[in-house]
Design a protein around this ligand. Sequence first.
Ligand code: ZN
Length: 308
Amino acid sequence: MKEQEHKVLKEERDRRKRVQHIRTGIITVISVWMILSIVITCILCAKVISLQKQINIMTGSYDQSASVDQQVNQSSGEDTADVVLGQPTTAEDNRASEGDLHKVYLTFDDGPSEHTNEILDILDDYGIKATFFVVGKEDEASLAAYQRIVDEGHTIAMHSYSHKYSDIYSSLDAFQTDLERIQNLIYDTTGVECRYYRFPGGSSNKVSNTDMSAYISYLNAQGITYYDWNVSSGDATTQAFTADELVENVMADVVKYKTSIVLLHDSTAKTTTVQALPAMIEALQQSGAVILPIDEDTTVIQHVCIQQ
Ligand code: ZN
């Protein structure tokens, strides 16, 4: 009888142990699953934020209002220590008062494209010169476009060869290689030694939290002046502005400044920019503004510059 009781007790103990094991197992699985879910969610959130940043930069729709308020430095481009955001006082220097002449520089990024010839035709119709911040393309039509830009008296300027943020901003070496590539392509095609640059995304770009100081110092040391912009047409933002709205966007800002560097795009997708161009030029001319290509006398507009 005692033996029987003992056996029952032992079985009970074993059963409890098994239940305990199963319970521990279930809790462990649930805990691991929860921790994994949290980790995966965090990783995905970080990824989404970083991709969103890149999309915004690529479409030019990052917070331009903040940078516009802070921007406009007039830097002679000496390379020294820290990178600083533009001081409002220098923005003040560029603020137009009653009777000031408005100098407007139309700048086209990302070309050559299918629209380059149309843009050049329109500029020719109105007898005005602009600035083209070009990227590297080596097909016949693009090479002809570089040459036409130069032949017709516009300023050809660099906007990187690849326009790939992940490459250009990965290291100073990569930046230098890319810069030399576009510099050589323009020189070999047109004979022009290009002295002007626009950083893809601007000097205030927030791609991968890139510290731009090394690239800025390098350009300064090469005697290459980089230009950002203080007037955005909005043709690269996520909002699909109509041609009329692009004109309105430009006119609303141009009145504020003595020197306006207007951001426009020469890219196949930007049909509205081409449509807006004649009305934009007419509105600028009617307002008394003078439209010029960037040259060595142009006031330098930079979002981020090296403190002198
Ligand atoms: Zn660009």
